[in-house]
Ligand binder design. Structure first.
Ligand code: ATP
Ligand code: MG
Length: 342
């Protein structure tokens, strides 16, 4: 039996709560939007990372097999980019039923009009072409329960999630006003690229959009995706002046190519019509692949040791639950909800 000792437990550090919906493997947009911040901040904050399987049901409740598979993939992706399971707590959302209790109290506080006005929800309904379930419309309220259930101080997210964090802050303030000081008002922390563009040129790379370069893509897949990547549609010949802005291959160069001189040179030549897409893409492939090699290796380490991965998840979900149980108990007291049965 393996034992995991959390190196940084009980040090009265501020808390991070962040996570991903297991609707598919994670991509390079997740990396620059939130994963990189998680990895950087995990030593400074007591960090909790949520595998949001209950949220995934709100997308499509009939996909439980797929959701379970993706929980494992998203978990491996987090470990692969450098989340240290002895430092951070990666846990399964459904392993903490008290979160759902909190969710039901919060549901009474949010008006229908406020729920359907959330821009993140509206955008996602459009791009995912959903006939949204009630669970989907109310997902920011569940997310508020995920965050406030830990009294988290900081939430590393991509820009698309800012309206959701705003709603969490509102719920925390309204609760504190109604029942007395209970919750910390959490802040969002957006990554170095707030919203990475998709390979199809759409504004956001997305798991559900078929426009993502995955952190787990092998060399061949990466090559094919970069080759097929949208560039500047108005540029027909390599001698035509091209547009660098909102052009995915240049956005990716800027985000992942450490050779800044090479990027500037390619940009300058592209603008003047002095370089073809082929060369820009070949150089991008090299930079992206170099970035992904160590991530693939670390992923493989845990993939080959599923018993370790499983045990960490069980232990860390237990640890996370203890934190939430304490906070939800305080919530019940503040609400005086169990007065008659005490
Ligand atoms: P889905 O399409 O299923 O909603 P997703 O790709 O949006 O998937 P999520 O699990 O919803 O991924 O998001 C996890 C985190 O990654 C969130 O903080 C989100 O803001 C961030 N994120 C997702 N896509 C991007 C992106 N393209 N650029 C920057 N951050 C992103
Ligand atoms: Mg999303």
């Amino acid at each position: 039996m393996l034992k995991f000792h959390y190196k940084y437990m009980n040090q009265n550090k501020k808390r991070i709560l962040t996570g991903d919906t297991p609707s598919g493997r994670l991509h390079i947009g997740h990396y620059v939007g939130t994963l990189e911040n998680r990895v950087k901040l995990q030593h400074e904050y007591d960090t909790f990372i949520l595998l949001a399987n209950v949220h995934a049901f709100a997308n499509d409740y009939r996909k439980s097999e797929e959701i379970n598979k993706n929980v494992y993939e998203v978990y491996l992706d987090n470990l692969a980019v450098g989340i240290d399971p002895e430092v951070s707590t990666i846990y399964l959302e459904s392993g903490i039923p008290e979160t759902l209790e909190l969710y039901s109290y919060f549901m009474t506080m949010v008006t229908h009009a406020r729920a359907i006005r959330n821009p993140s929800v509206k955008d996602e309904i459009n791009y995912k072409k959903l006939d949204p379930s009630m669970g989907f419309i109310c997902y920011p309220i569940l997310q508020a329960a995920d965050i406030l259930g830990f009294n988290a101080d900081l939430v590393p997210v991509g820009e698309d999630q800012l309206p959701v964090i705003e709603q969490t802050r509102e719920i925390a303030r309204d609760f504190n006003k109604a029942y007395g000081e209970t919750f910390v008002i959490p802040s969002a922390k957006v990554g170095r690229v707030a919203r990475l563009i998709g390979t199809d040129g759409k504004l956001k790379m997305s798991k559900s959009g078929q426009n993502a370069i995955l952190l787990s893509d092998d060399e061949e897949t990466l090559k094919k995706k970069i080759h097929a990547c949208y560039t500047d549609p108005s540029r027909i010949h390599a001698t035509d002046p091209g547009k660098v802005e909102e052009n995915p291959i240049f956005e990716y160069h800027k985000a992942f190519n450490p050779n800044k001189d090479e990027v500037t040179d390619l940009e300058n030549r592209y603008r003047l019509g002095k370089v073809g897409d082929k060369e820009v893409k070949e150089k991008l492939f090299v930079a992206m692949n170099n970035f992904l090699v160590p991530i693939r290796e670390k992923r493989k380490f845990y993939e080959d040791r599923p018993e370790i991965a499983k045990e960490i998840l069980i232990e860390s979900t237990k640890r996370a639950r203890k934190v939430v149980i304490e906070i939800v108990e305080k919530v019940r007291e503040q609400m005086n909800i169990n007065k008659l049965i005490k």
